[in-house]
Design a protein around this ligand. Sequence first.
Ligand code: FAD
Length: 502
Amino acid sequence: MGETNAPERADVIVVGGGNAAFCAAHAAREAGADVLMLEKAPQDEAGGNSFYTAGAVRVAHGGAEALAPILDEATRARLPETELAPYSEADFAADLHRVTEGRCDPAMVEIVVGKSTETAEWLHRVGIRWRLMYERQAYESGGKQVFWGGLALGTVDGGKGLIADHTAAAERSGIRIRYESPVTGLLQDESGAIVGVRFRDAGGTEREARAGAMVIAAGGFEADADRRAKHLGAGWERALVRGNPVNTGEVLDMAINAGAARHGDWASCHSTAWDAGAPPQGGNRELTNQLTRQSYPIGIVVNRDGKRFLDEGADFRNYTYAKYGAEILKQPGGVAWQLFDAKTRPLLRTEEYDSHPITYAEANTLEELAAALGIDAAGLRATVDEFNDSIVDAPFDPTIKDGRAARVEPPKSNWSQALDAPPFYGYAVTCGITFTFGGVHVDDHGQVLTESGSPLPGLYAAGELVGGLFSGNYPGGSGLIAGAVYGRLAGTTAATPTPPQP
Ligand SMILES: Cc1cc2nc3c(=O)[nH]c(=O)nc-3n(C[C@H](O)[C@H](O)[C@H](O)COP(=O)(O)OP(=O)(O)OC[C@H]3O[C@@H](n4cnc5c(N)ncnc54)[C@H](O)[C@@H]3O)c2cc1C
């Protein structure tokens, strides 16, 4: 370890290099601040979980025409063939309350939902390119591309495009970014105010950086197996990390040790069906989100005994996928298989199911498929026969909740199709953890609060490191918009702190 050099100085220091951090940095810079970003990862591994995303962003909107001004040329050319129902603020808020079973902080919901549209428009002005995600969120029906599940807007080139656009915008506006510079401590003055950070620079030297305000946007603790086991419970150390391998939660702990209050649900997280052969400790920067397997509502999911264990069609994928990783983790060996046949295979998301390498098998009989995948063949045969015989007579339509149920235990509420047309396909999945839901408590301006509810002077926060919005489950596309809304708020306030009240 080297000596401590002269401190760096800035008006606002932003800790992290993902979407929330960039939003805070852009907003602070727009407000006139000299901004320094400290990113733990080297430049070619930077961008946090945000880099690994599909770039899906949930916003309230008035339909395709209303979104048109921020969409790219290619999408605008497709609008005549597009059917996108308006998604109101009330719809968005109701989805957050429903999927978290009322455990979301209502004040935070109001802020994220109420500012979602204007924040997407602001990001467009910053330089983020937007499109509609036909290949992920729409099915062809009646000659139109019909969007489903309240989610349509995405960034061009997914998370890779998002981080590239953020980085280019930061370069244009003169934001300074130090890569390979993990923050190792927060500096507090004698009054308790946060006045700077300690970090290790790319050469390994311990240094200080001082500023009028700090915005911490360093993610959750999903990539730290010990913290996972401690907060989420035994077994979670086995989950595969879907995204950034260095989101290990130390900055969150630093904030709590400095007096920040915890908020939200520290015992649950976002986790999904993830290729069983994926790397354990962090995603693949080439494939990123392609390792996810999200077309299960069209098929069935079984465990090693050949038994189903969840309602694949309980709701649109966007409202179930983030809680089903935890269900897979509970199965024998922590693995499961998504099964499809020749009828349903063409409906799967191509970017995920045509991705290579992929852990799967195909066979002309269920018995051969079971043998190839290591599933109990008799158990699978019994499950499939019972399932096939229990499907109600209703038309299949993946663009709506079609009520085509299978009346078995557990039920499949929608989109049931008999598994009877060879070849059969089985995709091996395990639990991939995305991000943790617990974090620090912030006020309406993104300032960190203490246990007593008073602001912690000098400290602001955004993104996954903030708790309160999600619990047990999550509506797809909400993480990026939450980070953007709170990042923008925190950056703006940090650059123009309100003077203390007498
Ligand atoms: C595979 C995958 C797909 C996803 N798809 C979507 C999607 O389509 N839509 C959506 O809304 N959400 C999606 N998410 C969730 C989404 O990634 C997060 O909600 C969002 O990116 C969080 O942004 P953030 O800036 O808070 O965190 P991150 O993007 O993770 O950024 C945290 C940053 O902090 C840095 N850091 C950590 N520790 C330190 C330290 N000590 N010092 C300095 N820096 C530090 C990290 O290196 C990183 O740059 C997905 C996540 C994954 C993993």
